[in-house]
Ligand binder design. Structure first.
Ligand code: HEM
Length: 493
């Protein structure tokens, strides 16, 4: 152990970091103060890595991480080091051995079962659900149109929760129409508690954590989530057994992730109820807030850049005319500019700004630095996607056209969905869900930001204040204002 630690210290000495670390605390003091401090520290680490050629150091107590901000390095790292760092055990307290944070020996067979459920055929069949839920979203937003500033966040997080629950479990939890939906609330609570624990090494030990009120709050919320999913799994199993499962079967034979997982893992002799619970929880954890954050930031950007919004609207008119028909799977590939807008937003505001891994055997990077077993790696998605080396001098500018003009400078330069064998399985699902919701929203409403002040012909924009709990979010909860695009006779303006 001492030998291992000595090698880590040798590595630390080879990597530059001008951010002060204190004995026992390391850099953990920088995270005190909640989401805003998490994000400031996250940005600072990204800038420090870029300044130092792509690498810097991070200590959380005596846990060491190499921070990586260059795609050349992390392509290599994400290809060869598949294990998650121990810090992810706090997320495993909720989702057990579910695919996303499981040890490699469990992750490998689970990914094999989960990956085929995201086939193009299944994804295309889900668009009908995204479309129905987007219509509910547009209806719900009617009460905000023309009424001044409001937070978009609760609308989009309820949209993604309804969509994920319906595609994963076959139930409409109706979060969009229910105030304080208990599943959604419990879910949010658990996520925040997990994120807080990760950056506070003084509450890592279970013996300490159990004495704190957070533990009870976590367990309470966890049981709300697990009981809810468990009930659905049991009734689905019974229905399959009795072969009278017509209730959740959609007219066009859409199969839910739960049904696909039962089938794909071997039916009766396949996954246990616990395994099914873990895998469906993964979909909720990985798929709800991520897409809601991505879609909300995209709406914020459309509000801030009216010319981009009008270009998106023009594209929508080309595809839909002024009809009110719902979005279909065939429409989505035609929305190329909207696609570029979403990608450009995810480049500047990746919902998951960092991912964490663990080095298991010596790994020499092109710079000659060798990462050593036992060290954690913090792959800095935020920093990488703003690295001028790969995005040019206008890396900080919002310019969707860059995704239509030229191929990426490096295949991993855009990595909002991570990269390599453990990348996001829901990449296409998320793009389709977000594009369906955004297309529906922009067809119906013109969106603007409340505090834009006109300075001659220029609109002055207040910078977005970012916070980071489990996801990266707008600290002002995506405040925008809407104006209906329809005239009184129902026709579009
Ligand atoms: C904008 C939306 C999304 C973003 C930005 C995103 C991003 C990511 C990232 C960065 C990872 C890697 C996490 C890590 O290694 O710690 C990941 C993994 C994953 N995501 Fe997504 N995700 C999104 C939406 C979704 C959706 C909608 C689903 C499913 C419905 C999903 C399912 C998964 C799964 C299953 C994994 C684990 C893959 C594995 O470990 O093999 N994601 N996602």
């Amino acid at each position: 152990r001492w030998f291992k630690y000595r090698r880590i210290l040798q590595l630390v000495n080879r990597i530059k970091c001008d951010i002060k670390a204190y004995p026992l605390l390391g850099h953990a003091y920088l995270f005190i103060g909640g989401g805003d401090s998490h994000m400031l520290t996250c940005k600072r680490l990204g800038q420090e890595a870029i300044k130092n050629g792509g690498l810097t150091n991070l200590w959380l107590g005596d846990n060491y991480f190499t921070v990586v901000g260059d795609p050349v390095d992390f392509e290599l790292i994400l290809r060869s080091s598949l294990e998650k760092d121990d810090i992810m055990r706090f997320a495993r307290n909720l989702i057990g051995n579910g695919t996303i944070f499981a040890p490699v020996s469990i992750w490998r067979p689970r990914r094999k079962v989960l990956a085929p459920t995201f086939s193009p055929k299944n994804l295309n069949s889900f668009v009908r659900i995204f479309s129905q839920q987007s219509t509910v979203l547009a209806e719900q937003l009617q009460k905000e149109a023309g009424r001044g500033p409001f937070s978009l966040w609760k609308y989009l997080t309820s949209y993604t929760m309804d969509s994920v629950c319906e595609t994963a479990l076959g139930v409409d939890v109706n979060a969009q129409k229910t105030e304080d939906e208990p599943f959604l609330k419990a879910f949010e609570k658990c996520s925040i508690l997990i994120a807080e624990r990760m950056v506070q090494p003084w509450i890592y030990a279970d013996a300490v954590y159990k004495l704190l009120p957070y533990h009870e709050a976590f367990e309470k919320s966890k049981s709300v989530i697990c009981n809810f999913i468990d009930k659905i799994i049991k009734s689905k199993r019974t229905a399959i057994k009795e072969n009278k499962d017509n209730t959740n079967k959609k007219s066009d034979d859409t199969k839910t992730f739960l049904e696909l997982l039962i089938e794909g893992s071997g039916g009766e002799r396949g996954y246990s109820d616990l395994e099914l619970q873990e895998e469906t929880l993964v979909l909720a954890v990985a798929g709800t807030d991520t897409s809601a954050v991505g879609a909300s930031f995209t709406v914020s950007m459309l509000a801030r850049y009216p010319a981009v919004q009008e270009k998106v609207y023009k594209e929508l008119l080309e595809v839909f005319g002024d009809s009110e028909r719902p979005v279909t799977a065939e429409d989505l590939p035609q929305l190329k500019y909207l696609d570029a807008v979403v990608r450009e937003t995810l480049r500047l505001y990746p919902p998951v700004p960092v991912v964490v891994g663990k080095i298991e055997k010596d790994l020499e990077l092109p710079s000659g630095i060798t990462l050593v077993p036992g060290c954690g790696v913090l792959v800095h998605i935020w920093g990488t996607q703003r690295n001028p080396r790969y995005w040019g001098d206008d890396a900080e500018q919002f310019r969707p056209e860059r995704f239509l003009e030229a191929p990426l400078q490096h295949p991993a330069a855009f990595m909002a969905f991570s990269h390599g064998p453990r990348n996001c399985l829901g990449y296409q699902y998320a793009m389709m869900s977000m594009k369906t919701a955004l297309a529906t929203l922009i067809r119906n409403y013109r969106v603007s930001i409340p505090d834009a002040t006109k300075n001659g012909s220029r609109t002055e924009l207040k910078p977005i204040r970012i916070t980071f709990d489990v996801m990266m979010k707008d600290a002002d909860r995506f405040t925008v204002q809407l104006e209906s695009r329809r005239k009184k006779d129902g026709k579009f303006r």
